[in-house]
Design a protein around this ligand. Structure first.
Ligand code: ADP
Ligand code: ZN
Ligand code: ZN
Length: 746
């Protein structure tokens, strides 16, 4: 296309088609900026452009020679922001594919994929490293600080960090530049500049020796090593504690020795410090962890270093998937079954699925690991798309935990605890060991009920009950976060006869603490770990190995290694057995096995007690007697029989509005339009129906489900359909979104 700019045809105008950060699924046409060298106009460069009265940063996608915009309306871009495309070809194509597959605006897709400073037009250059340090003779009791508490506090922070604090990191330490400038004027603080220097590659990679592998690990590693250097997805299905991480680490060493980089995705940032520590103990390598606590500058610098090949290992949560790599050699997705890999807002992508695509574009292997693989991945393995590697034994001398079902139908429960369970906890603590109690419900009680008239505390904005939070003396909605004080009397009948019904972690915590007054009870849920460092502090206490009771929600069930835990108690296993959500059983099984997997990971064997009202339910029996693989086999057969994913393809159109009728009208129109694009009825349209939680946060919600046996008919329908939906006038009165491969359909 650039040939058109050559001397023969210089009169043909060049139109720049840009992706702009807009929800609209289209590109925007501009003329090149004045005086711009056309050779620099390559897809993937950023330009600053006028948009209405504002300026925006766009990314060049195509060059065209004509535009549907009338010539007098076309505006020139203001400036070209770089001479080379921002992203390597692979990540660029990944973004294009992602936008198309998830039917999302390309501009917004790129906005999710890029560090925020780049979206704001910052140059793609490493910052000079400015370092703030306390002056050698600076003292906190300096007379000039007696009336400047903020400066004093800032100086205290700097004195606590004798090696200094990078300018890019000030925000993380709650330091303001203005405060430091004042201190600098008083000569209490120094600022020095260090030019950016890429740290050179280490030559000796191992810090610590590798463990001798058992037979299964060795065989898996051998397979994986043989597959380096080309695209191949692997599913490493290894029971909890089977040494999957050790296999990753030994494979990664080989990749590092080949001079390549490794991208490791973890589901949740809480697992970050533990994983990072394991990697740092093993490798003398340049490792970065991309997490939400980074400042924008730190994030950009890490991104640039990865792109320049100045990092060897990049660890991060789902969005790290888009990190450009100079020399990619391997992608690892740990705990691949975890639902947090699916983004539930904006760009609704699945990082695990995109990781497989990214690996294909990079021509590298991708290793998905889990003790409880998703049914999707198991299906892909059965279809031969992924190579399946199994680890069936625990590594070292650790024994698999025994799963015991405890029927609680006719037993009295005290704050969710049955008598036999309390005895087991007592025995375990008496032996100097730790106990983990799992209850996936925070707060004190899920309901507040009037014993006199039957009134229940409900959220005014959602179709949901309010959870009682005793400690804060509040009723809270877990769906919209609204809060109310606990009433003294029933608002309906006026009697002071209000009772908490059901059990949340706060209530079990209170009871356990009363039953075991001499043992620390550590509650781990979203309420207890809000502080920045509190999670870390809790883990340190757990790792001390002293007897304690850990009590928590699914935050506890993920990947952690708690060597002193020998008893795991699942207070309630029934939620997944009679839910309307077709994934509920899979999720329940994964949770039980994952949380059970925290037991007996070291020398002492572990025991798992699962309390259930339905202790003889076939799914539960099978899970406990035959394990996850057998359960998954059965669950897959049921999905096939019912025509559900992974055997069918799904998309979900959601709409919400101030009035229920608006959302349903929009969806009905959408449904009619879809029928028009679906003459062969290859796509089944289900709905529109109210969402299972029909009101949430004050908005009425409805949905339309699209189901198809094959992917192609569904995707062929989606693209033109979305164009039509965008121009529907009714669409402006509702908030709507499309979710391709939804994991929350209920
Ligand atoms: P997973 O990732 O499958 O949960 P890990 O890699 O965390 O398992 O291993 C569980 C425990 O077993 C860790 O303490 C690890 O150091 C240990 N381990 C792993 N492989 C071996 C091995 N081959 N020999 C001895 N111990 C091992
Ligand atoms: Zn009442
Ligand atoms: Zn609510």
């Amino acid at each position: 296309m650039l040939a058109r700019l050559s001397s023969e045809s210089r009169f043909v105008p060049v139109i720049l088609q840009l992706a702009l950060p807009s929800p609209l699924r289209r590109l925007f046409d501009y003329l090149p900026p004045q005086g711009c060298n056309p050779a620099q106009l390559k897809p993937g460069v950023r330009l600053l452009v006028p948009f209405g009265k504002r300026e925006m940063v766009g990314v060049l996608v195509n060059l065209a020679d004509n535009s549907s915009v009338p010539a007098d309306k076309l505006r020139p871009a203001i400036a070209l922001l770089e001479s080379q495309p921002l992203l390597p070809d692979s990540v660029w194509r990944l973004a294009l594919w992602c936008a198309q597959y998830y039917q999302h605006s390309l501009g917004d897709t790129l906005a999710w994929a890029l560090p925020s400073l780049l979206r704001q037009g910052e140059p793609a250059q490493m910052a000079d490293q400015w370092l703030w340090q306390a002056a050698p003779n600076a003292r906190l009791d300096d007379p000039s600080l007696s009336r400047a508490p903020k400066q004093q506090q800032a100086l205290r922070t700097l004195l606590q960090h004798p090696h200094g604090i990078q300018h890019a990191s000030l925000a993380r330490f709650d330091l303001l530049k203005a405060t430091l400038d004042s201190l600098r004027a008083k000569q209490l603080v120094q600022l020095t500049r260090q030019a950016h220097q890429g740290r050179t590659r280490p030559s000796q990679w191992l810090h610590a020796p590798e463990l001798p592998l058992n037979e299964e690990q060795a065989s898996a590693l051998q397979h994986l090593r043989a597959g380096l250097g080309r695209f191949q997805p692997y599913l490493l299905a290894g029971v909890t504690g089977s040494g999957k991480t050790e296999v990753y680490l030994q494979l990664i060493r080989q990749v590092l020795e080949q001079g390549q980089q490794v991208l490791v995705l973890i589901p949740e940032i809480n697992l970050g410090p533990q994983t990072l520590q394991r990697f740092q103990q093993r490798f003398n390598a340049r490792i970065a962890m991309l997490h939400s606590n980074l400042t924008d500058r730190e994030r950009l610098d890490a991104w640039l270093k990865a792109r320049a090949g100045e990092l060897d290992i990049i660890l991060g949560t789902r969005s790290a998937l888009f990190t450009p790599l100079a020399k990619p050699g391997l992608i690892v997705v740990d705990e691949e079954h975890d639902a947090s890999y699916k983004q539930q807002e904006g760009l609704r992508y699945h990082a695990r699925d995109l990781a497989v695509l990214r690996a294909r574009l990079e021509n590298t292997p991708v290793l998905l690991g889990s003790a409880t693989p998703s049914l999707e991945s198991l299906h892909n393995a059965q279809q031969g798309r992924y190579a399946l590697l199994r680890l069936t034994q625990r590594a070292g001398n650790a024994q698999p935990p025994k799963l015991l079902r405890l029927d609680i139908k006719s037993r009295p429960l005290d704050a969710g605890l049955s008598q036999p369970l309390v005895s087991s906890i007592r025995d375990t603590l008496a032996q100097g060991q730790q106990v983990l109690v799992f209850l996936n419900r925070r707060g004190f009680a899920p309901t507040l009920l009037c014993h006199h008239c039957g009134w229940q505390a409900e959220c005014h904005r959602c179709d949901a009950r309010l959870t009682l939070h005793q400690r804060h003396r509040q009723l809270r909605c877990h769906h919209c976060d609204s809060q109310r004080p606990i009433p003294d009397a029933c608002p309906k009948c006026g009697e002071a006869d209000l009772l908490p019904i059901g059990v949340g972690t706060e209530r079990s915590e209170e009871r356990l603490q009363r039953l075991f007054p001499d043992t620390p009870v550590l509650r781990i849920d979203r309420d207890s770990t809000r502080g920045k460092h509190s999670m870390q502090a809790l883990f340190e206490q757990i790792n001390s190995g002293k007897p304690c009771i850990l009590l928590g929600t699914q935050m506890l069930a993920k990947g952690h290694h708690f060597p002193a835990v020998t008893l795991v108690a699942v207070l309630e296993a029934d939620g997944g057995l009679f839910s309307a959500d077709f994934r509920a059983a899979e999720r329940m099984a994964q949770q039980i096995i994952q949380v059970a997997g925290r037991a007996g990971r070291a020398q002492r064997p572990g025991k798992v007690i699962i309390q259930s009202q339905l202790a003889d339910h076939p799914l539960l029996v099978q899970l406990c007697e035959s394990g996850y693989a057998a359960f998954a086999e059965q669950a897959l057969a049921e999905r096939r029989h019912a025509g559900l994913p992974p055997f069918t393809q799904m998309a979900l159109l959601r709409a919400e509005a101030n009035q229920a009728a608006l959302a349903e009208q929009f969806l009905q129109q959408a449904c009619d339009l879809a029928e028009g694009l679906n003459p062969q009825h290859a796509v089944e349209l289900l709905g529109p129906v109210p969402a299972p939680m029909a009101k949430r946060g004050g908005r009425h919600r409805a949905q339309l489900l699209l189901l198809s046996e094959q992917r192609a008919p569904l995707h062929n329908l989606l693209a033109p359909w979305l164009q039509q939906l965008e121009s529907l006038p009714q669409g402006r009165k509702v908030r709507w979104s499309l979710d391709v491969d939804p994991i929350d359909t209920y």
